[in-house]
Design a protein around this ligand. Structure first.
Ligand code: SER
Length: 318
């Protein structure tokens, strides 16, 4: 990776990935791109930035040409819960955007990294220690676009020799930028409310296990896989990766170690609960460990400590 274009750069992953990769590869070598938003974040001023709507292939191609991009990290997508309220938009943005990125990458000989998700699995998938290669029959539009995206990336690799790679991210927890419209978002919101109010009302029910990961591990996984020796990769799109699996009560218990009076209650959202129920409880990420040395640094308690420390500073609350 010498010149990187990041799509969806203002999102939860993008905003941190741009800052992280600018440190690793140099500010001028990472081009942030996003659709127009009301309040442009400061990563747009800190280095190269282009307005790119991934539904318009010309805008992607213009940015690739202008900066002589060799790697596209394609993050622009709608998440699971918002995808259920706007399925046709989710299809257009997620599938159309990826197709456009792959076509531009083919024309300009770029590598492509794009994340898949635990949402690429469904109710007929084995829920515990979900294997790398298993049944993928998701029941959400988001999940449908993720499975189709995995297949499309493998197709471009096999058919055109394009270097495509991806991971199946679990729920990502971070303090810098909020996620928007996901099912795992409760595990981010809980920290904000714990600090601001000392309590949280969860839209996901107790006992609902999902895989999760702290953002620094997620950023590291992207760079590790993108830099991995291709001769060692048996899989490409996409690798199971995980750092922890927990349900809301376990997350609350971890928060209570730092905020002893924290109170968790529930007002379950049937749509997001249904989505969560259809996803695995825990992933087997042994293929990622074997093929490119994946290993997370944060567990639930070390993540909780860091989230609370960082959010207290961000929110200016002691
Ligand atoms: N975090 C995502 C979501 O909840 C899963 O990829 O939609």
């Amino acid at each position: 990776m010498k010149k990187i274009l990041v799509t969806g750069a203002f999102g939860q992953i993008g905003s941190e990935l741009v800052a992280y990769t600018r440190k690793v590869y140099g500010t001028d070598n990472v081009v942030a791109s996003n659709i127009i938003v009301k309040n442009t974040p400061k990563i747009a001023e800190e280095g190269p930035y282009e307005i790119v709507d991934v539904q318009d292939p010309q805008q992607i191609a213009d940015a690739v040409k202008k900066y002589k991009v060799d790697t596209i990290i394609h993050l622009a997508a709608l998440l699971s819960a918002v995808g259920e309220t706007k399925p046709s938009l989710a299809w257009n943005v997620n599938m159309g955007g990826l197709f456009n990125v792959l076509e531009v990458a083919r024309e300009y000989n770029c590598s492509v990294f794009t994340p898949s998700s635990i949402a690429a699995f469904g109710p007929s998938t084995p829920a515990e220690k979900t294997p790398q290669d298993t049944i993928q029959r998701p029941t959400t539009m988001y999940g449908v676009t993720k499975v189709a995206g995995e297949l499309l990336c493998d197709y471009y690799h096999k058919r055109y020799g394009l270097d495509t790679r991806g991971v199946r991210f679990p729920g990502l927890i971070s303090y810098a930028t909020l996620p928007g419209g996901g099912t795992t978002d409760y595990a981010v919101h809980i920290y904000y409310d714990a600090i601001r109010k000392g309590s949280y009302t969860s839209f996901i029910d107790k006992g609902t296990y999902m895989d999760m990961m702290y953002m620094p591990d997620a950023l590291n996984s992207i760079v590790m896989l993108a830099e991995a020796d291709p001769s060692k990769l048996i899989h490409r799109n996409a690798f199971n990766i995980s750092a922890m699996s927990f349900e809301p009560e376990q997350l609350a218990a971890s928060i209570k170690k730092y905020i002893p009076n924290f109170v968790l209650d529930y007002d379950v959202d049937p749509i997001r609960q249904d989505i969560a129920n259809s996803w695995p409880n825990s992933l087997d990420d042994s293929a990622a460990r074997a093929e490119w040395g994946w290993s997370p640094k944060y567990n639930l308690d070390t993540m909780t400590k860091d989230m609370i420390d960082k959010l207290r500073i961000k929110l200016d609350i002691k």
